[in-house]
Design a protein around this ligand. Structure first.
Ligand code: IPM
Ligand code: MN
Length: 355
């Protein structure tokens, strides 16, 4: 298969993990005789520095011409502590999601047997936890009308029927391919927007009689995620709730550096780690490349390259079993490996592992 892949390394640790994602994809293409064509673009603070725009026209064009985007991270401390900054790196990511119409963000959360002890939660609570959070990505407070003055500010949490229906359908389709259990997460006891979510979910539920639907308030879900994560199969929720719940859920796996995601729905699908740009670690070669590498696996699986995706996952598992790991997940007492060493190990495994 031939795939044109736009690579957007972004800021902070982005360029380091991006390199490892590409390295792995290159080895997959060699082994399976695919042709992956990588073209690079700028997003985030690097794009502000170069073009004065965190998601410049050039990058949009590159994404539109590509079959998929492999994105890493944006964010820079120069902007974090400056609330009056006119442009911010994060706006680049939001603009990219909006202009590519990537309204569904699929975030799988599953434990790795080799890392159970790395989680602050008890092993018996998290062993075999395996769920997917479907986060609405182009609506809600992130994109609703905003106002900011010195004495008052607001964000509008706006959702239309169309936006809610399409994301719920994605949730149901995932549930259908998994354990047939969908949890609709909202705050319908307080928020009008959530009541519309729940109303539409109740209407749609009858189209999916094979799926067990339940409705839960987001505060309750945030508790249940760490108390009883095995309860969940697929959850679907609005943009802000999904952002918060998936950072929380990453604790189950032991490190944020492990969680990949796929942003889909619109023109060009985009694959991105759940974690951010971790500026303190930039250039130190210590960031975990696994979230990025698993995002590459999700990219391949999106195009039906299931065996290829499985092989990447096997390579990741092997690195974990053999403790070829970055400091965030390395076993106590063992020397940690660099970003590059972990990426190279997984890339090499792809050459040799049995299918
Ligand atoms: C994420 C990130 C982004 C978000 C930021 C960087 C804008 O936290 O992908 O979860 O809030 O969506
Ligand atoms: Mn987030």
């Amino acid at each position: 298969m031939e795939l044109k892949i736009a690579v957007l390394p972004g800021d902070g640790i982005g360029p380091e993990i991006s390199k490892e994602g590409v390295k792995v994809l290159e080895n997959v293409s060699q082994r399976f005789d695919h042709k992956f064509i990588f073209k690079y673009g700028d997003v985030g603070a690097v794009a502000i520095d170069k073009y004065g725009d965190p998601f410049p026209e050039e990058t949009l064009k590159l994404c539109e011409k590509s079959d998929a985007v492999l994105f890493s991270a944006v964010g820079d401390p120069r902007y974090d502590n400056n609330p009056s900054a006119k442009v911010r790196p994060e706006q680049g990511l939001l603009k990219m999601r909006k202009s590519l119409d990537l309204y569904a963000n699929v975030r799988p959360i599953a434990t790795f047997e080799a890392l159970l002890s790395k989680s602050p939660l008890k092993e018996e609570v998290i062993r075999d936890a395996d769920f997917v959070c479907i986060r609405e990505l182009t609506g809600g407070m992130y994109f609703g009308e905003k106002y900011e003055s010195d004495n008052m500010a607001y964000d509008t949490n706006i959702y239309t029927r169309k936006e809610i229906e399409r994301i719920l359908k994605i949730g149901y389709n995932y549930a259908r391919r998994r354990r047939k259990h969908l949890t609709v997460v909202d705050k319908a006891n307080v928020l009008a927007s959530s009541r519309l979510w729940r109303k539409i979910a109740q209407e749609i539920a009858s189209d999916y009689p094979d799926i067990k639907t339940d409705y839960m308030f987001v505060d309750n879900v945030s508790m249940r995620i760490i108390q009883d994560p095995k309860f969940f199969d697929v959850m679907v929720t609005e943009n802000t709730f999904g952002d918060i719940l998936t950072d929380e859920a990453s604790v189950i796996t032991g490190s944020m550096g492990l969680l990949p995601s796929a942003s889909i729905g619109g023109k060009t699908p985009l694959f991105e780690p759940v974690h951010g740009s971790w500026p303190e670690a930039a250039g130190k070669n210590i960031a975990n490349p696994i979230a990025q590498i698993l995002s590459a696996a999700m990219l391949l699986e999106y195009f039906g390259l299931v065996e290829e995706g499985r092989l990447i996952r096997k390579g990741v598992e092997l690195s974990l079993q053999n403790h070829i790991s970055t400091p965030d997940i390395q076993k106590e007492g063992l020397k940690a490996f660099t970003t590059e060493e972990v990426g190279t190990y997984i890339a090499n495994a792809i050459k040799h592992l049995e299918l």
